[in-house]
Structures are given as structure tokens and as C-alpha cells.
Ligand binder design. Structure first.
Ligand code: GDP
Ligand code: MG
Length: 436
């Protein structure tokens, strides 16, 4: 993710973006970064041509103008790719029979997502039942049973019946009789796309006639997403996608190919192993993350959800400002709030660090960050951080005062700069949305 954003900045910072060969160079760097994030090569080439023609048409001068244009075009085009107009068509109707079948490879996160999905709709007043039609994998029923029991969701499965079609049928009949309005059918997956699996899917489909089929896709699948999704689309004709494991190392670029090749929207994302790690898919937020500009939507939601006296921070942020003082308040709240894993991911650079050093050490570092900010003067805290550039001796003083190193102080200054960049970007995004 970070790479793409760097490529954009680097390409742009390379001064004279006015002649065509320089534009080509920029586009090449951006393309490489996108491909490294698992975006499909054909899509990238397409994107590149679009950007190029927009740049040439715009006939703009000046590095900054070009920079904004490129960033905007890359962002918009990627958003357009994942934001099929259909994303709002996934609506389940209460008091009607909704049968939703889950398909996907083994390990993609079907069973986990089924439960998350069930809980999501149960909370919204649906009468939900879960069926385990995976008779292939040993322990599959136990896993679903455990999940369902924990989430207090009625379930159906069998230890003795080995025919998944039969189990699915029995389960659907039972829940239908009991007037459930959302019946979720978890199916089996194999390691590879095997004919058996697809045959089984088709038969279950014909027997229970789902009103919706959802494909579960592991975000870390990378470039293989395209072939995979196409194979599943051909045999199960799913109408939407749930993208899982976006909390891990996955760059998620593969998902763009899955959407593009199948013309099917992503509706939810999985961001962890727990039931609550489940979110509605937000195209803009997804692309921001992919481009490495932090999760704007997520960050904004988080800032807004804090009940502390940080109205000023929010107001500042919306005005495109993020001072050290805001950062300090934010840090203090974060330490109170947890869970750390999710929050660290919202500070540029922290998510990655956390994966490498673990939760305890991350928590330590966060605390040291608070110490550092405690050692700053009011004047410094209220500043945008530039004061430390003008008078670098302040860095040493703060490091000594907080018992940390000047490296750590500089890191904070760097992070605060990144955050104010995000604040600025988000302001300009909001402004654009406001106009549009
Ligand atoms: P299935 O074989 O498709 O049913 O996949 P499972 O639901 O059994 O999930 C396989 C593994 O992936 C399990 O260890 C899950 O806990 C894990 N998993 C599922 N979704 C997510 C997610 O969004 N994030 C993370 N980190 N792990 C997940
Ligand atoms: Mg399973």
C-alpha cells in the first residue's frame, strides 16, 4: 500500500512533470507499485492509459497541479473499479424467505463469515438460522456449532449424514417450517478448484434454490483472485463477495480483479477472527488503504466515536489540521480504548510495526509516545510541529525530559506530519463530496 503512495509522491516530486517522457516515468512507477499490491496487470495498464489521456487532455502546467490530478485520478479510478453500482442492491427483506448460500475455497473464511453475517442480521431483527452443509471436512459441523452457540444462533447439521445436499435440504426445510426469515447455508471448500466441489455446489444450489449466493474470498490470495472468482462465478453465479483477512499482510489488490472480472460487488469485509471483526465494505476506505494513505473513513469513524473531550480534535481534523496536541489527546484516548491491534493500524506505520514486534512492545511504544508528548511545552503541542524543524535543539530537550531518544521524538513528529497530511486529504475529499 505504502509503496503506491510513495510512487505517486516520488514520481511527482521528480520536478518537471511537464514533458511526456516524465509523465511516462511517473506512470511506470505507479503501475509497478499497483502490480506489487496484486492489482491485475491488465487493469493497471488500462488505468495507466486512462490517467495518461486525462493528463494530456488536461494540458496542465505545474508540478502541484499534476500531482493532485494524478492522485485524484488514481484514487477515483480504483474506487470506480470496486464500486460497482450494485453495492446497494444487497438488501435482505424481513418476513420474507432469504436463503443465502456461502461458497469459496477451503480456508477462505466461509464458516467464520457465515457466523459474522448471521450475527449482523440477527442484530437487525432477522430470525436467523445456520446450516452446516460441509460434510467434507472433519470437524466442520463442530466448528459451526461452536460459533453458532457462542453467538446464540440456531443451527442445523448432522454427524451421520454424509451427503451435503441432503443436509442442506433438511436444514432449509426445518428452518422454513419454523418461519425463519434468513437461512444461511455454509458449504464445503476444497484446497483447489476441483470438479467435485463445483458439482456439489451446483447440486446444492439446484436443491435449495438460494435467493443469494455469496463468495468468500481471502484477501491474501493475490493475483490468483481473478481465475478463482471466475471459476466460482461460472459454477455458482454468486451475487456478492465477502473479502476476508484484511487485517493481515494482505494488500487486497487482488480483490479489485475479482470484482472487475465478475462484475460483482464486495458487500462486507472480514478484519479479524472474532465475530465483531466484520464491516460493511466501503470503496473509498478500501482504496485509501490500498494506496497507503491510511484508512480515512475508519479513522474518521473512530475519532467520531470517541466520547472524550476531543471535539476540538475532530473540528481541527475536519478543517484539515492535526496538531501535536491533537495527536497527544488521540494517543491518550487510544490507550484507554483498545483494542490496540485495530487502532495501531490507523496510525501510519504503526500497524506494520505491531505485526513485527507484538502487542506488548507496541503498547510500550505507545506509552513512550505519551511520555514524549507530556514533555513538550504547550507552545510545541499547539504547533504543527514545524517549530522542531526550526529549532532542532527542542528535540533533544524533549527526548531527555521523557527518558526516550531523539529518534523516537522524530518518529512522532513524522507520524504527526503524516496525520496532518491525512487530515488535509480528507478535508479535500470531504470538500469534493460536498460539492458533488
Ligand atoms: P472455511 O474453510 O472457508 O470455512 O474457513 P474458516 O471460516 O474455517 O476460516 C479459516 C481460518 O481463517 C480460521 O482460522 C479463521 O479464524 C480465519 N479467518 C477467517 N476470517 C478471518 C479474518 O477476517 N481475519 C483473520 N485474521 N482470520 C480470519
Ligand atoms: Mg468451513
Amino acid at each position: 500500500g505504502k509503496k503506491i503512495n510513495n510512487a505517486v509522491s516520488n514520481a511527482i516530486n521528480s520536478k518537471d512533470g511537464n514533458n511526456e517522457s516524465n509523465i511516462d516515468l511517473m506512470l511506470k512507477e505507479i503501475s509497478t507499485a499497483l502490480i506489487e499490491s496484486d492489482v491485475n496487470i491488465k487493469l493497471v495498464l488500462n488505468l495507466r492509459n486512462k490517467i495518461k489521456s486525462k493528463l494530456i487532455k488536461s494540458n496542465l502546467d505545474g508540478v502541484n497541479v499534476k500531482k493532485n490530478l494524478i492522485q485524484k485520478v488514481v484514487f477515483d479510478e480504483l474506487v470506480e473499479l470496486v464500486d460497482t453500482d450494485k453495492s446497494d442492491t444487497f438488501i435482505l427483506t424481513k418476513k420474507k424467505l432469504n436463503i443465502v448460500m456461502f461458497v469459496g475455497l477451503q480456508g477462505s473464511g466461509k464458516t467464520t463469515s457465515c457466523t459474522k453475517f448471521a450475527v449482523y442480521y440477527q442484530r437487525r431483527g432477522f430470525k436467523v438460522g445456520l446450516i452446516c452443509a460441509d460434510t467434507f471436512r472433519a470437524g466442520a459441523f463442530d466448528q459451526l456449532k461452536q460459533n453458532a452457540t457462542r453467538a446464540k444462533i440456531p443451527f442445523f447439521g448432522s454427524y451421520t449424514e454424509t451427503n451435503p445436499i441432503k443436509v442442506a435440504q433438511l436444514g432449509v426445510e426445518k428452518f422454513k417450517r419454523e418461519k425463519f426469515d434468513l437461512i444461511i447455508v455454509d458449504t464445503s471448500g476444497r484446497h483447489k478448484q476441483e470438479m467435485d466441489l463445483f458439482q456439489e455446489m451446483v447440486e446444492i444450489d439446484q436443491t435449495i434454490k438460494p435467493t443469494q449466493t455469496i463468495m468468500v474470498l481471502d484477501a491474501s490470495i493475490g493475483q490468483a483472485a481473478e481465475i478463482q472468482s471466475k471459476a466460482f462465478k461460472d459454477s455458482s453465479n454468486f451475487g456478492s463477495i465477502i473479502l476476508t483477512k484484511l487485517d493481515g499482510h494482505a494488500k487486497g489488490g487482488g480483490a479489485i480483479s475479482a470484482v472487475a472480472i465478475t462484475n460483482t460487488p464486495i458487500i462486507f469485509i472480514g478484519t479479524g477472527e472474532h465475530i465483531q471483526d466484520f464491516e460493511k465494505f466501503q470503496p473509498k476506505s478500501f482504496v485509501s488503504k490500498l494506496l497507503g494513505i491510511g484508512d480515512l473513513q475508519g479513522f474518521m469513524d473512530h475519532v467520531q466515536s470517541l466520547n472524550f473531550d476531543n471535539k476540538d480534535t475532530l473540528e481541527n481534523f475536519q478543517r484539515g489540521k492535526f496538531t501535536l496536541n491533537d495527536f497527544q489527546k488521540q494517543m491518550q484516548n487510544m490507550l484507554k480504548m483498545g483494542p490496540l491491534t485495530q487502532i495501531a493500524g490507523m496510525i501510519p506505520g504503526m500497524g506494520q510495526a505491531m505485526e513485527q514486534i507484538g502487542e506488548e512492545e507496541t503498547s510500550n511504544r505507545l506509552k513512550r509516545m505519551v511520555f514524549i508528548m507530556d514533555s513538550m511545552t504547550k507552545k510545541e503541542l499547539d504547533s504543527d510541529g514545524y517549530i522542531f524543524v526550526q529549532q532542532p535543539e527542542r528535540i533533544l530537550r524533549v527526548a531527555r525530559g521523557s527518558g526516550t531518544s531523539s529518534f523516537e521524538v522524530e518518529l512522532i513528529l513524522y507520524q504527526q506530519r503524516m496525520m496532518s497530511k491525512i487530515a488535509l486529504q480528507s478535508k479535500s475529499m470531504m470538500d469534493q463530496q460536498g460539492q458533488g
